[in-house]
Design a protein around this ligand. Structure first.
Ligand code: NDP
Ligand code: GDR
Length: 357
C-alpha cells in the first residue's frame, strides 16, 4: 500500500524539501496551504506544475492551524499514514511582536492536530518540528543534546516548548506514534529572506549588483549550529521510520558566529572584511577599497537573545544512522552562489575570478 504523507507548512523552506524527498520515495504527498492575497507557493511550484506529478501523487488543500474543523476534515479525507507538522509562525524576533498569535499557531496548532489524530481511528505517525530554541543557548549547557534542560527565551520558544511537551504527552497518554525532531538551525537558498543567513547572502549579491548600499545587522556575536535544510528533512523522515517513537536532536556538532557567516559570504565574491569598533559601533569595511559594507543597527537586536547554540546529535547518528552531508563552508557557498546568479546574473566564482585580474 502507498504511504500517504500530510505536510503542514509545505510552502515553507523545510516543507518544500520534505515534499521533494517523500515524492522521490514514492509517497502520495498532501500539503496544507493558507489563502494569501498573493501566491505563496513559489518553493513548490515546480511540483505543482510537473505533469508527471500533478494530480497523481501531489495534492494541496486549503486549511489553517488555527482552524480545527479544516484539520479534522483533512485528516478524515486524506487518511495519512504520516503527518509532518512543520507549520508555524517561525520567526523568533517577530514572535515578540505577535506573541499571542505565535502561541495560537506555533503552540496550540500542534495540539489541534494531535487531538484530531487521537479522536480519529487513524493509525498515523506524527512528526513535530521542535527546535534548538527550546534550549535558550546558555553557554554552560553546550553542546546541547536531548538531555539538556529547556529554557526558552522568546514567545516562539515558549510556544514550541508547549508543542514539544504536548507531543510527548499524547505519545505517553494515548500511545500515539508521536515524535519530536529537535532541529538546530538549517538553511538553504530557499531560506526565508528575513532570517539572518539569507539576509546576508541576499545582501552580498545585491551589493555586488549595485542594488544595495550596505548590510545592517543586529547581534553578530550570536553563535549558531547551521546545517543544510536538505540534510535535515532526511532526518525527519528517518525519525518516523523507527520501530519506536522518540525525540532526536539533529545538528552539525559545529558552531559559528553571525560575523563568521558574514566574512565567509563576502569571501565567496572575493572580498575580505576588516572589522573596526565593537558593539553597536562595529563596522565592516572592504579591506582592499575601504568601502563600508556592514554596520550594526540596534533595531535588529531582540528583547532577549539566544547566544550560543551548539548541538550534540550523537543519538541521531547512532540510532537513525543520520549525519549532515553539507559542511558549513559549502552551505555558505551554495547560498551566496544562488543569490548571485539570480540577482547579479553571474556566479560567485565568475565574479570572484573577474575581480582577481
Ligand atoms: P518557514 O517559516 O519557512 O515555513 C513556515 C510554514 O508554516 C509556511 O509554509 C507557512 O505558510 C506555514 N504556516 C504559518 N502559519 C500557518 C498557519 N496558521 N496555518 C498553516 N500553515 C501556517 O519555516 P521553516 O521551513 O524554516 O521551518 C519549518 C518548521 O521547523 C517550523 O515549524 C519552524 O519553527 C521549525 N524549525 C525550523 C528550523 C530552521 O532552522 N529552519 C529549526 C528548528 C525548527 P505560508 O507560506 O502561508 O506563510
Ligand atoms: P533564529 O534565526 O532566531 O536562530 O531562529 P535567525 O536567522 O533569525 O537569527 C539567528 C541569529 O542571528 C542574529 N541576528 C539577526 N537575525 C535576523 N533575523 N536578522 C538580523 O538582522 C540579525 N542580526 C543578527 C539573531 O539575533 C540570532 O541570534 C531560526 C528559525 O528558523 C526558528 O524557527 C528555528 O526554530 C531556529 O532557527 C532554530
Amino acid at each position: 500500500m502507498k504511504n500517504t504523507a500530510l505536510i503542514t507548512g509545505i510552502t515553507g523552506q523545510d516543507g518544500s524539501y520534505l515534499a521533494e524527498l517523500l515524492l522521490e520515495k514514492g509517497y502520495e504527498v498532501h500539503g496544507i496551504i493558507r489563502r494569501h492575497s498573493s501566491i505563496s507557493t513559489e518553493r513548490i511550484d515546480h511540483l505543482i506544475h510537473d505533469p508527471e506529478i500533478n494530480g497523481i501523487t501531489f495534492f494541496l488543500h486549503y486549511g489553517d492551524l488555527t482552524d480545527t474543523s479544516s484539520l479534522n476534515r483533512l485528516l478524515e479525507k486524506i487518511r495519512p499514514s504520516e503527518i509532518y507538522n512543520l507549520a508555524a509562525q517561525s520567526h523568533v524576533a517577530v514572535s515578540f511582536e505577535v506573541p499571542e498569535y505565535t502561541a495560537e499557531v506555533t503552540g496550540i496548532g500542534t495540539l489541534r492536530i494531535l487531538d484530531a489524530i487521537k479522536e480519529s481511528d487513524l493509525k498515523c505517525k506524527f512528526y513535530q518540528a521542535s527546535t534548538s530554541e527550546l534550549f535558550g543557548g546558555l553557554p554552560e549547557t553546550a553542546p546541547q543534546s536531548e538531555k539538556t534542560p529547556f529554557y526558552p527565551k522568546s514567545p516562539y520558544g515558549a510556544a514550541k516548548l508547549y508543542s514539544y511537551w504536548i507531543t510527548v504527552n499524547y505519545r505517553e497518554s494515548y500511545d500515539l506514534f508521536a515524535c519530536n525532531g529537535i532541529l538546530f538551525n538549517h538553511e538553504s537558498p530557499r531560506r526565508g529572506e528575513n532570517f539572518v543567513t539569507r539576509k546576508i547572502t541576499l545582501a552580498v549579491a545585491s551589493i555586488m549588483a549595485g542594488k544595495q548600499e550596505k548590510l545592517s545587522l543586529g547581534n553578530m556575536d550570536a553563535k549558531r549550529d547551521w546545517g543544510y535544510a536538505g540534510d535535515y528533512v532526511e532526518g525527519m523522515w528517518r525519525i518516523l521510520q523507527q520501530e519506536k517513537p522518540g525525540d532526536y536532536v539533529l545538528a552539525t556538532n559545529e558552531t559559528h558566529t553571525v560575523r563568521e557567516f558574514v566574512e565567509l559570504s563576502f569571501a565567496e565574491v572575493g572580498i575580505d572584511i576588516e572589522w573596526v569598533g565593537s558593539g553597536v559601533g562595529e563596522k565592516g569595511f572592504d579591506k582592499k577599497t575601504g568601502r563600508l559594507l556592514v554596520d550594526v543597527d540596534p533595531r535588529f537586536f531582540r528583547p532577549a537573545e539566544v547566544e550560543f547554540l551548539w548541538g550534540d546529535c550523537t543519538k541521531a547518528e547512532s540510532e537513525l544512522g543520520w549525519q549532515r552531508q553539507v559542511s558549513f563552508p559549502k552551505l555558505v557557498s551554495m547560498m551566496v552562489d544562488e543569490d548571485m546568479k539570480s540577482i547579479a546574473g553571474i556566479s560567485a566564482k565568475e565574479f570572484r575570478e573577474a575581480g582577481e585580474h
